[in-house]
Design a protein around this ligand. Structure first.
Ligand code: KG4
Ligand code: ZN
Length: 364
């Protein structure tokens, strides 16, 4: 089977062709993976401008799909199904991909599979490494998300907990902006951090010392996880971000590399500690890290070392699949096709959506 994946949830217009292999342990193969990044366009504004993003998707989508077909040596008649990001994301941006996918599928008389963006990030791990030992705990960490998912079975993604406020990538982007390092900030901060001392600047480790005050919203399915697991699966980066911003305001970053290294130590330590704490508590047989921030060099290194110590294999996507791309969306579409079926054309772009619909009666 040959699937065309489409991703337009934020500022990347992406299309990819993914084939099934017939091999159960490595079920999918990437035939092409084309990404037109709008980063240059949004850089001028210091962040993604939704209306500009939508218009750029519209300008780019046809060319990106043609290129994905060409790179795979395919023609439209070779495609058996289209998988597209339904949400979450910028609704105007999502609409471009969803409309294109529906039109392509309707014209060819093939199914269109709506995909959750996070399911795509999680399946990027399988796309690269083959099936993970289950159950798995996966950290999805990007500019928009810092969330932990439990994957008890193929195609089942249960949200355990997420950030109460900012995403880790957002904190990177904000700190980079304050330091005048441009947008997106993660890659630059990561690079500078490699030459700095990570204990040079004192920044607070995010902690929830008073769970009775300002409790986070419980996002997991009611009763699915023990309270101790739920509290371990929460993140908060706004305090760290404010502390970093205050320090920069007060004294400037005297040594930018030291500042970046110290900030990176705090973020990565928090992510790795919580990921493994939850994985051990849930008896996970593997852990994964996906999303844009999984490209971070220290996060990869520290997680690999911790996995080795704990005897849990660690899965991370290659750089080409860590930031937003359509190969992961095609993979998640194939997963959904295998586990739940394609569904109908009666779906629309959705800015916010749960990765799994709540079980009957579990929530209003
Ligand atoms: O997954 P992604 O491409 O888009 C979202 O869904 O948000 O992630 C983009 C985020 C940005 O915040 C960017 O600064 C961050 O990933 N990022 C990194 C690194 N590379 C990208 N953060 C830390 N270290 C990196 N090497
Ligand atoms: Zn993403």
């Amino acid at each position: 089977m040959r699937v065309l994946g489409i991703e337009t949830s934020c500022d990347e217009t992406a299309a990819a062709i993914v084939d099934t292999t017939g091999d159960q342990s490595r079920p999918w193969a990437v035939r092409s993976n084309v990404i037109a990044s709008q980063a240059e366009i949004h850089r001028e504004w210091g962040g993604v401008v939704p209306e500009i993003a939508s218009r750029q998707h519209l300008a780019d989508i046809c060319g990106v799909v043609e290129r994905a077909l060409g790179d795979a040596g395919a023609v439209p008649g070779d495609i058996d199904a289209v998988a597209v990001t339904q949400g979450p994301g910028l609704v105007g941006a999502l609409l471009i991909g969803v409309s294109f996918a529906k039109a392509f599928a309707a014209a060819r008389g093939i199914p269109v599979i709506p995909v959750h963006h996070i399911a795509g990030h999680i399946e990027s791990l399988v796309l690269e490494h083959g099936e993970m030992p289950l159950p798995a705990v996966v950290l999805v960490v990007s500019g928009g998300h810092t969330s932990l998912y439990f994957v008890p079975a193929q195609g089942t993604y249960q949200l355990i907990g997420q950030t109460r406020d900012d995403a880790a990538g957002e904190a990177y982007d904000k700190v980079a902006k304050m330091l005048g390092l441009g947008y997106p900030g993660g890659p630059v901060v990561d690079k500078l951090a490699q030459t700095g001392r990570d204990d040079a600047v004192k920044l607070p480790l995010p902690r929830f010392t008073r769970p009775d005050r300002n409790p986070g919203e419980i996002t997991a399915e009611a009763g699915a996880f023990a309270p101790a697991v739920l509290s371990m699966a929460e993140f908060s980066f706004s305090g760290l971000k404010s502390a970093a911003v205050r320090l920069i305001d007060a004294q400037g970053a005297r040594n930018v590399a030291d500042f970046c290294a110290s900030f990176q130590r705090v973020v990565v330590t928090t992510l790795v500690d919580r990921l493994f704490g939850v994985a051990l508590a849930l008896g996970a047989r593997s852990v994964g890290i996906a999303g844009g921030v999984s490209a971070n060099s220290r996060l990869r290194r520290d997680a690999a070392a911790r996995g080795q110590r704990e005897g849990i294999p660690v899965f991370v996507p290659p750089l080409s699949l860590s930031t937003d791309n359509a190969a992961m969306i095609a993979a998640a579409g194939l997963r959904r096709l295998a586990t739940a079926g394609a569904g109908s054309l009666q779906f629309n772009a959705q800015a916010a959506m749960p990765v799994m619909p709540p079980a009957d009666g579990a929530r209003p």
